[in-house]
Write a protein that binds this ligand. Structure first.
Ligand SMILES: [Ca+2]
Ligand SMILES: [Ca+2]
Length: 299
């Protein structure tokens, strides 16, 4: 079995008081966050082991104006007891090489159990209690919501994060049972206020023919990898968009496309050679949308 152990953090040893059921203050905070748009991240269901909660999805909605962020972490059997807790690590500078290296470069960490939460800040060598004036935590074993303002996350604009369901209980002398599920399985998710989802820095594409469009032939564009900020992943599999589409023009004339996302473009035979083909490639991933302009010379 391949697994990656993120060990329990003695980290946030501090226990702050649980906020209890959804309060009017929480509802007010939520109103500030547009609910239509959010980063949408998923984790397989049924991949938890050792009795830990099973995480299945995380959404992150941020309001650029106020800086308020709302994480919704869903699954089953999460944060059900002190032994079976939920952690949210936030790498607030989106740099896995700074912060707590044992925790994927996190500068901030939440701990949530069935009746309390903790919020810690890495000071360079220790986890200390963080300022939590804007923090609200609520939910149940199928959904935990954590709301915090970026003013208490180092004024981050773009961060990485990992949710971890972690079970640990003594089984006998010097033996503990450990269970775990992390989202994602490898590396970290990214969220940018500007993108309201992950920051997509660039998109790699392949074309057919690889040498570029030819007059009178079909020209096909396929995105083969999205470049996101570094997230500490150990298995560098390409990140593929969830959907993509193309809009192509020859000069001012729109060209018809077919196939996946209309990215198979019919290049006219007449008066096309030597001209510029412009394509707007739109990719979507985890709630973010990125439009990439591409230009080609027709031969
Ligand atoms: Ca899972
Ligand atoms: Ca960091």
């Amino acid at each position: 079995m391949s697994m990656q152990l993120r060990l329990p953090r003695p980290a946030v040893a501090l226990r702050l008081e649980r906020t209890g059921p959804i309060a009017a203050a929480l509802l007010a905070a939520l109103v500030l966050v547009p609910s239509a748009s959010s980063g949408n991240y998923s984790d397989a269901s049924g991949d938890a082991f050792g009795g830990s909660g099973d995480l299945t999805a995380v959404t992150v909605a941020g309001d650029k104006g106020s800086g308020q962020l709302v994480f919704r972490i869903t699954g089953s059997n999460i944060a059900s007891s002190e032994e079976n807790a939920l952690y949210l690590d936030i790498d607030s500078d989106a740099n896995p090489l700074t912060g707590s290296l044992r925790d994927g470069g996190a500068e901030y960490e939440f701990y949530v159990d069935d009746n309390s939460y903790g919020f810690g800040h890495w000071d360079g060598s220790h986890w200390l209690k963080a300022s939590n004036a804007t923090v609200l935590v609520t939910g149940d074993t199928s959904s935990i919501m954590i709301s915090v303002n970026r003013s208490e996350l180092g004024n981050t604009a773009d961060f990485n994060f990992v949710a971890t369901a972690f079970y640990m209980s003594p089984l006998g002398t010097n033996i503990v049972q450990i269970g775990l599920d992390t989202a994602p399985d490898d590396g970290a998710f990214n969220y940018s206020f500007d993108a309201n989802g992950p920051e997509i820095d660039s998109v790699e594409v392949q074309t057919a023919p690889s040498t570029g469009p030819r007059a009178g032939k079909k020209f096909v564009i396929v995105p083969t990898a999205l470049k996101l900020p570094p997230d500490g992943r150990t298995k560098p599999a390409p990140v593929l968009p969830e959907t993509y589409s193309c809009s192509a023009k020859l000069g001012a004339k729109k060209l018809a496309g077919s196939g996946t996302g209309a990215c198979s473009i019919a290049v006219p035979k007449k008066k096309a050679r030597g001209k510029k083909l412009t394509v707007l490639l739109t990719v979507t991933y985890q709630g973010a949308t990125k439009v990439v302009p591409l230009t080609f010379k027709i031969t």
